[in-house]
Write a protein that binds this ligand. Structure first.
Ligand code: SF4
Ligand code: SF4
Ligand code: SF4
Length: 277
């Protein structure tokens, strides 16, 4: 087996192994077979995506985004009525339950980014799953200096759930499902409107999304990241042109421009004419 073929199989398998370890550990420690099914499904979807990506299949990322995003939105969110948004995370955290949204946040958005950066944003988020269908795949103008809004939406989500506990007490749990539906509708309306206003599909991610308050600092230390081979690079700038997040791709330092914005979409890698990334 040649080296490339070996890598093509090894990476997806490694990823599957990580997710299966989480699946089995949670299944046995929580005595709940749902965790085995849940993390196995996500692991298989992501591994398939990595395999397709490494096979240079153009729509690999979109396939994973739909497989994971729809599963989380429709099955976990609507059918099982789990609030996987940040409000659900606060809710379960406040009642001291290490279940559902808390586990989801711990794996995908708080500790996971130390390994796979903002892979969640590129391959699994159900908000971006819809936004990525819009026409502005790469931003046409410079980035706006309004990223501070994310801290306001982060604080608002916390205030909202705290207020619910004060106002509704024990009934707060029953409000979490309507809150999930309303929250998603607001995210989609805002996300789509901002995409058209700023001519940038990912404007919501860049300026508003409260989850980035967790994702950005953790992904700074990510094990998996895009690196540039300076020997091969001819400084053509194509990678920066196609990047949806405005990352200074050719700079290898962790402090590069918009370093914590990379969603590992691989557009830069696919478009580099010298295979330097
Ligand atoms: S920044 Fe927020 S909305 Fe955008 S992909 Fe990440 S989690 Fe989803
Ligand atoms: S696309 Fe490739 S060759 Fe061009 S600047 Fe980027 S890394 Fe260098
Ligand atoms: S184009 Fe490259 S640098 Fe930009 S977000 Fe995608 S993977 Fe990251």
């Amino acid at each position: 087996m040649n080296k490339n073929r070996f890598k093509k199989i090894l990476f997806p398998l490694l990823f599957l192994l990580i997710f299966e370890s989480v699946a089995v550990t949670l299944w046995l420690t929580k005595d709940n077979i749902f965790y085995l099914f849940n993390f196995s499904y996500i692991g298989v979807s992501l591994s398939l995506g990595i395999f397709l990506l490494m096979s240079n299949y153009k729509h690999a990322r979109r396939i994973v985004q739909l497989l994971v995003g729809l599963y989380m939105l429709v099955y976990l969110g609507i059918i099982r009525r789990e609030n996987m948004q940040i409000e659900g995370f606060w809710y379960y955290l406040f009642i001291g339950s290490f279940e559902a949204a808390v586990i989801h946040y711990a794996v995908a958005k708080i500790f996971g980014p130390l390994i796979f950066g903002r892979g969640w944003c590129g391959y699994a988020c159900w908000t971006a799953m819809v936004l990525d269908f819009l026409p502005y795949k790469t931003p046409s103008g410079p980035r706006k200096k309004i990223g501070w809004i994310r801290y306001i939406s982060f604080a608002l989500s916390l205030i909202f759930v705290s207020g619910l506990f004060l106002a509704a007490g024990d009934k707060t749990g029953s409000i979490m499902f309507p809150a999930f539906i309303a929250g998603n509708i607001i995210y989609y309306i805002l996300g789509i409107a901002l995409a058209f206003i700023f001519k940038d599909n990912r404007a919501f991610c860049k300026y508003i999304c409260p989850v980035t308050v967790f994702l950005k600092p953790m992904s700074r230390f990510s094990l998996i990241r895009i690196k540039c081979d300076k020997e091969k690079c001819v400084s053509c700038g194509k990678c920066k042109k196609v990047c949806p997040m405005g990352v200074g791709v050719t700079d290898n330092s962790r402090k590069r421009i918009n370093a914590t914005e990379c969603i590992l979409c691989m557009e830069c890698v696919r478009n580099c004419p010298k295979d330097a990334l």
